[in-house]
Design a binder for this molecule. Sequence first.
Ligand SMILES: *[C@@H]1O[C@H](CO)[C@@H](O)[C@H](O)[C@H]1NC(C)=O
Ligand SMILES: *[C@@H]1O[C@H](CO)[C@@H](O)[C@H](O)[C@H]1NC(C)=O
Ligand SMILES: *[C@@H]1O[C@H](CO)[C@@H](O)[C@H](O)[C@H]1NC(C)=O
Length: 219
Amino acid sequence: MIHSVFLSLLCVQAVLGRTLRFGFVPPQLGGGSQLDDAGTGFGEPLNVIISGFSSPAVLTNNGIVNFARAIGFSEECLDIHLGAPQSANLGDGNGWVNQTIELRQDYGDAALGTCLESLIGGNHFRVYRQNGSLANSGALFLAVSKEENVFEGHNIVSDGYNIGRNNLVSAAIGRTSYDGVSYSTHAINITGLLAPGTAGVNHGIATDGVVTILTVTIV
Ligand SMILES: *[C@@H]1O[C@H](CO)[C@@H](O)[C@H](O)[C@H]1NC(C)=O
Ligand SMILES: *[C@@H]1O[C@H](CO)[C@@H](O)[C@H](O)[C@H]1NC(C)=O
Ligand SMILES: *[C@@H]1O[C@H](CO)[C@@H](O)[C@H](O)[C@H]1NC(C)=O
C-alpha cells in the first residue's frame, strides 16, 4: 500500500516535474488555481492545506469533521447554508468541483453553536479534496475566513482570510482530541502558491500570500 502510494506519487512527480515534498501538488501545475470560485470569477484563497501525508483517517469526510470539532468547528447549523457553494480546480484532472463540506466555528452549544456563528459571525472553512487521477494526493484544501455576522450580510471581515487562517492554525497545532481520537498537528508556511494582494480575491480583501500546510497525525 505504502509502496503503491509512493509509486503513484512518483508518477505525479514525473508528470509534473516537481517534488511532492509536502503531500500535495500545487494546483497551478495542473491548470488549477489556489483561489476557489464563488461563481463570480472571484474566489477565496485556499489558505490552509491538510497534507496528504496526514493519517488517512483524517482525510475522509468523517475524519475532517471530527478533527474540525477537535479544534472548535462543527457541521453547518441545521444544514442552513447562508452562502452558495463555491468550487475549486485543484489541478488534479477533476476540473472545477463544488466544495465537499463547509464547517463553521462552534460556540459550544451542541444544537445551536453553529447557528450562533451564523448570527454573530466567526471562523468558517470550505473543504476541497485533491484526488483526481493527475494529482491523487488525498490532500484537503481549505478556504478559511472569518466572517461578519449575518446582519452584515455574511461578509468576510477586514483581513478576514489571514485572520481566519491564523485562528484555525493556532487552534490546530500541537495536541488536540475529540470523541476519543487524539491528534498531533504540525504546521509549516509556504509562499509562492498564492499571490499576495487582492487579484481575483472575493470581496477585494488582500491576503498575505501565505499558505499553511498542516500535517495531522492520529496518535
Ligand atoms: C454545484 O453547486 C451548484 C449550486 O448549488 C449546483 O447548481 C451544481 O449542480 C453543483 N454541481 C455539482 C457537480 O454538484
Ligand atoms: C474524490 O473526492 C470527491 C469529493 O470528496 C468524492 O466525491 C469522490 O468520490 C472522490 N473520488 C474518488 C475516486 O475517491
Ligand atoms: C505562518 O505565517 C503566519 C502569518 O505570517 C504567522 O502568524 C504564523 O506564525 C506562521 N506559522 C508558522 C508555523 O510559521
